[in-house]
Design a protein around this ligand. Structure first.
Ligand SMILES: Nc1ncnc2c1ncn2[C@@H]1O[C@H](COP(=O)(O)OP(=O)(O)OP(=O)(O)O)[C@@H](O)[C@H]1O
Ligand SMILES: CC(=O)N[C@H]1[C@@H]2OC[C@@H](O2)[C@@H](O)[C@@H]1O[C@H](C)C(=O)O
Length: 370
């Protein structure tokens, strides 16, 4: 497909917190951001969420994976078909479909995102780029995070002049250090990216299991609890924190945490898990090449005032909600996959040694035409 200038692209992300699907339009040439478009969200019902949760950790196509795939495909088809026609001035020419990560094991060169992009291309009658992570892991990279190239474009869009950190607090947390003085994201020194640790996933799991609620709204439980420092200190001894980045995590790599807070009250357990999330981010800051001017927080965790307050305390850095800079922190990942889809269509790289640890620049992603 020939792309001569900025086009409208539609991106969709179903993240590790299992809350739902974000979708957003972006006008881009895969290098710069020309314009942000409309966005939409479709939350998973409790049954849909349960069907995905049941398949987590699975690699092969059994009944659980088939049900999870069907959920992911059906919800995307409904949301994206709506988005294709929301605004006639923003009709997308390409779709970036991330799918749902069920399992991620880059050490063994495998990662599993469910959802069939070829099927969606047929249904939506639009080219779909998908399976963004496989090429990177097959070449020895972490396959994640992939938003960093988009974060670089956002830093340029915001006209940032000093090194800054983008922090996404989803199910898992991830950071991108961006030095905007470079021209291209793949330039050595422009980026450093990696997952920080668990973020909302353990808190959501706790709330679901104990209170049948999907998350700790506004950090209400965490804000009333006392942190169990023994658990936090043990958490910090995990080998992951001693690894030099780039590095990435599977959603449930810290599943043991849930067992460790089992005897705590709801509030103390939530406070302890929130502290683990914030402490992991503080640890991540030790790896930054230069002290960043600011940390721009995106993802659902920025809606949790308790976590934001703990981040300010533990990092001592300027912690900004990215919305205060004019971006939509709920949609950055969806926009990232719109952006990456255009890069794939143009044959541009989507990851590089400093974002995933891969040996050379990689353009990951399969293009399916209707
Ligand atoms: N008001 C709020 N108070 C507390 N937590 C919130 C609030 N709003 C959202 N969250 C948290 O943010 C989560 C959703 O975040 P987000 O959509 O960024 O995750 P994701 O895209 O699934 O994850 P990932 O970035 O890991 O792919 C919710 O599941 C919840 O834990
Ligand atoms: C394997 C996988 O799906 N990883 C996700 C997950 O959720 C947050 C963090 O861990 C990040 O590394 C990544 O997602 C974002 C969109 C990324 O690739 O940048």
């Amino acid at each position: 497909m020939k792309i001569n200038g900025p086009i409208w692209a539609l991106g969709a992300m179903s993240g590790t917190s299992l809350d739902g699907v974000d979708a957003a339009l972006l006008r881009t040439d895969g290098e710069t951001i020309a314009e942000f478009g409309v966005s939409d969200y479709r939350g998973y019902s409790a049954d849909e969420r349960a069907s995905i949760a049941k398949a987590l950790g699975q690699w092969h196509d059994g009944a659980d994976v088939a049900r999870a795939a069907e959920t992911v495909e059906t919800v995307h088809a409904a949301l994206l078909s709506r988005m294709m026609t929301t605004d006639p001035d923003q009709t997308p020419r390409i779709i970036g479909f991330h799918g749902q990560t069920l399992a991620h094991d880059p050490d063994n060169q495998r990662t599993h995102q469910t959802g069939d992009g070829a099927l969606l291309a047929e249904l939506l009658q639009c080219p779909v780029v998908w399976d963004f992570r496989s090429a990177d892991v097959q070449l020895g990279g972490q396959g994640a995070p992939l938003a960093p190239f988009f974060h670089f474009a956002c830093a340029k869009y915001l006209s940032l002049t000093s090194p800054s950190v983008f922090l996404n607090l989803g199910g898992v947390g991830n950071v991108t250090y961006v030095d905007p003085s470079y021209d291209k994201p793949q330039a050595e020194g422009a980026l450093l990216a990696f997952d920080t640790g668990p973020a909302n996933a353990p808190i959501n799991d706790l709330m679901q299991a104990r209170l049948n609620q999907p998350y700790d709204r506004d950090g209400a439980f965490a804000g009333q609890g006392a942190v169990n420092m023994q658990i936090v200190d043990k958490f910090l001894t995990h080998a992951y924190f001693h690894k030099i980045p780039p590095k990435s995590l599977d959603r449930d790599d810290f599943a043991l945490l849930s067992a460790q807070v089992a005897d705590l009250s709801d509030a103390d357990a939530a406070a302890t898990l929130a502290e683990c999330c914030a402490t992991a981010v503080a640890r991540a800051m030790e790896h930054m090449p230069k002290p960043p001017a600011r940390i721009l927080v995106c993802g659902g965790g920025r809606h949790n005032p308790h976590i934001m307050a703990r981040l300010r305390m533990l990092t001592g850095a300027q912690i900004d909600n990215i919305d205060d800079h004019g971006l939509d922190g709920d949609m950055l990942e969806a926009q990232a996959f719109a952006y990456l889809a255009v890069r794939v269509a143009r044959g541009l790289p989507t990851s590089c040694p400093s974002t995933t640890g891969v040996g050379a620049n990689v353009g990951g992603g399969t293009v399916s035409h209707p």
